[in-house]
Structure formats: structure tokens, C-alpha cells
Design a protein around this ligand. Structure first.
Ligand code: NCD
Ligand code: ZN
Length: 359
């Protein structure tokens, strides 16, 4: 591995801050949106990551083999940016296995995203009957295409903090059983039970872990009052789950990979009577992740989590080039202006102990 760690020099005149250089990382779960929002948030993801799996939950969602959304992303890239958007297809009750295979073979889609209908933002076109989609999963099994799963039960009667666990028991484990060759990524894992399921099936299953779920627990959302900017789906769980997520992410195990789930919403939609789910971590994700690895004494495992495990799972080469993170405090941007409004940044306005080194 090409990890290099330089520790504080004892020189009194010019102390070298601690730093870490890793292969350029990838974000395996990112919402870059569209239009003005995309123009505003994309540069932050591009500054941190070489590739990103672009979530297809637009309105209407991306369900047909066409390159239009990818082209809009490429057109919105800042001048000289080196970033590859990896596209996904949004599964619905009407997805056609032939269309899926065509999009995969033509290189239009890397994977397909499964949203249980109504589970989260723009998921109302999602799948209402997962077993009924067997022909699609059989085809994906055959061609080696991965399904990326938003793993939450949608029954409004189910307690919101139990929705991931109920989905795993009622839907995910049966899906794994019915399709033993299907490659599955459980997105934004939030519970210790989910992590165990991933470990048990790691020959063909993996999960993404967000930066915010490594930092906040469910109490954070209510700290001193209601904190709308810490509300996302799946909602943060108890402290024991946060600790389990930190242990998994920093273990170096190949089934755990970086996925920010950066999900910007205008402030107006967050500080609202009914707050939209989503945390915008695009501007502070890497600084947050590396801080967690540092706190856990696991900087040596950071490259595996951020730059190697996901590429291996998806059968891609790791990126050429490197990025350096320095243990030098930097003030996080408080918010990003978009079209006369703004989007609040996760940990925005705070002094973060780590910074991205200028190239
Ligand atoms: C995401 C969004 O806003 O698109 N929101 C979220 O809370 N994570 C959707 C999602 O990934 O659930
Ligand atoms: Zn998401």
C-alpha cells in the first residue's frame, strides 16, 4: 500500500504537521442533484474524490438507458477537474431485465439502486414488491451487476429507529437467500446488526458507511433542541451502533467502503415544518473521515476504506494519483450559496482538526 505517514518532527523551528497521503479516494454514494444545485455542490465532491457513484433519485428518476444525466454532470464539472461520475439505474416495479443488461453492457450503468417505495427522498417511484423483481435480480446475478440497497422498511407503523433492522430481517436476508450470486451493497449502514450481516456475506456483499454516522448518534439530533441539519435517512442510531460503525470502517476489512451519502437540500427545506432528510457533507467528508481514523489510531487503514475496498468490490482499478491530508486545523465553510438560498454544510463553521493539503 502506498500509505505514508509522517509524524510530528521534534524540530522546534519548523514542526511538520502529521499528514497522510493515500491514493485518490472514491465516493461510492453521492447525490449531486441537478441544475443550479448541482453546479453549487459538485465542485466540493470533485475536490475530494476521483469517482463517485451518482444516485439516481431525481424527479423523475433515472430509469432508462440514456446518457443525458451523466452529460449534464460532465458539463457542470469545474474547468480542469478530473472526476468520473459512475451512473446507476433506479429500479421500479416495471424495470425490464433486458434494459438493465443493455445499460450495464454498454457501460452506461455500473449498478442499480433499489429504493423500497417511499423509503426516502424521491423514492416514491421505488419498488413495492421486491420478490416480484426476481427476473431483474436473476439477470443482474448472471451479468455480475451489483444492486445498491437503501435498507429501510417502509411500513409507517415500524418505529423509525428499527426500520433498518426490520428491512434486513424481512427483505434483505431473504433477497440474499433467493439470489445467492447477487452482488449487494447495503447503503449507509447504521446498525451493528447490519454490519454483522455484511461480514457474514462478504464474499458478495459490502456496505458503505457515511462520515456523519461515524460522528453523530441519535441523541445528537436532539442536542439542546431539534437539529434539522443532522436529520437524514437512515436516521442516526444509538451510541453503541456509532461505535460499531467506527470499528468496522477502521478495521480495513474489504467489505466496508466509503460512501458519504452527501444529500444537499436548501436550508428552507431543512428548517421547515416538515424537514427533508439529508445531510450535506460534500465539503467536509474526507476531513471528517480522516479525523475518525486518527482518533481510532487507524490511519494506516484509511486508504483501504477510502480508496481500495470499493474499487475492488466493483471490479475497478484503484485511482492513479494521490491526495494528502494534513493534521492542520481548518475552518469548515458554514454554508454554500445556491440560487439565492443556501445549503448548510455538515460541521460547517467549525474548526476541523484535519485539512486537505493544497496540491
Ligand atoms: C437522501 C436524499 O436526500 O436524496 N437523503 C438522505 O437522508 N440520505 C436520500 C437517501 O439516500 O436516503
Ligand atoms: Zn443517499
Amino acid at each position: 500500500m502506498s500509505v505514508s505517514e509522517l509524524f510530528d518532527s521534534s524540530s522546534a523551528t519548523s514542526p511538520q504537521p502529521e499528514s497522510i497521503t493515500i491514493r485518490r479516494p472514491d465516493d461510492w454514494h453521492v447525490h449531486v442533484r441537478d441544475g443550479e444545485m448541482m453546479k453549487a455542490v459538485l465542485p466540493f465532491t470533485v475536490a475530494q474524490f476521483a469517482r463517485g457513484i451518482i444516485m439516481p433519485n431525481l424527479t423523475p428518476p433515472v430509469t432508462t438507458v440514456e446518457a443525458a444525466y451523466r452529460e449534464r454532470i460532465l458539463a457542470a464539472l469545474p474547468e480542469g477537474a478530473d472526476f468520473t461520475p459512475l451512473m446507476t439505474c433506479y429500479l421500479t416495479d416495471h424495470t425490464d431485465p433486458d434494459e438493465i443488461e443493455r445499460g450495464y453492457r454498454d457501460g452506461v450503468w455500473l449498478a442499480a439502486k433499489l429504493y423500497p417505495a417511499g423509503a426516502t427522498t424521491n423514492a416514491h417511484f421505488g419498488v413495492t414488491d421486491i420478490p416480484a423483481l426476481a427476473p431483474v435480480f436473476e439477470r443482474m446475478e448472471k451479468i455480475g451487476m451489483a444492486v445498491l440497497v437503501h435498507g429501510e422498511a417502509v411500513d409507517p407503523e415500524v418505529d423509525i429507529f428499527d426500520r433498518e433492522q426490520v428491512f434486513m430481517e424481512e427483505s434483505l436476508l431473504p433477497l440474499l437467500k433467493r439470489h445467492p450470486g447477487l452482488k449487494v451493497v447495503i447503503e449507509h449502514a447504521t446498525t451493528m446488526e447490519t454490519l454483522d450481516i455484511v461480514r457474514e456475506h462478504q464474499a458478495r456483499a459490502a456496505c458503505t458507511i457515511t462520515a456523519h454516522h461515524l460522528v453523530i448518534n441519535r441523541t445528537s439530533i436532539f442536542q439542546g433542541g431539534l437539529r434539522p441539519h443532522l436529520y437524514c435517512l437512515p436516521v442516526a442510531k444509538r451510541e453503541k451502533h456509532r461505535l460499531a460503525l467506527r470499528k468496522a470502517a477502521t478495521s480495513g476489512d474489504s467489505c466496508f467502503m466509503l460512501g458519504t451519502d452527501t444529500a444537499p437540500h436548501p436550508r428552507r427545506n431543512k428548517q421547515a415544518e416538515c424537514c427533508s432528510a439529508g445531510i450535506f457533507s460534500g465539503a467536509t467528508a474526507l476531513q471528517t473521515y480522516v479525523q475518525v481514523f486518527d482518533e481510532e489510531g487507524a490511519l494506516g487503514k484509511f486508504e483501504a476504506f477510502a480508496s481500495l475496498n470499493g474499487a475492488r468490490f466493483h471490479g475497478l482499478e484503484p485511482n492513479a494519483g494521490t491526495i494528502t491530508l494534513v493534521k492542520k486545523p481548518s475552518m469548515a465553510l458554514a454554508s454554500v450559496p445556491v440560487d439565492g438560498e443556501d445549503v448548510v454544510v455538515f460541521q460547517g463553521g467549525q474548526l476541523l482538526p484535519w485539512s486537505i493539503a493544497a496540491e
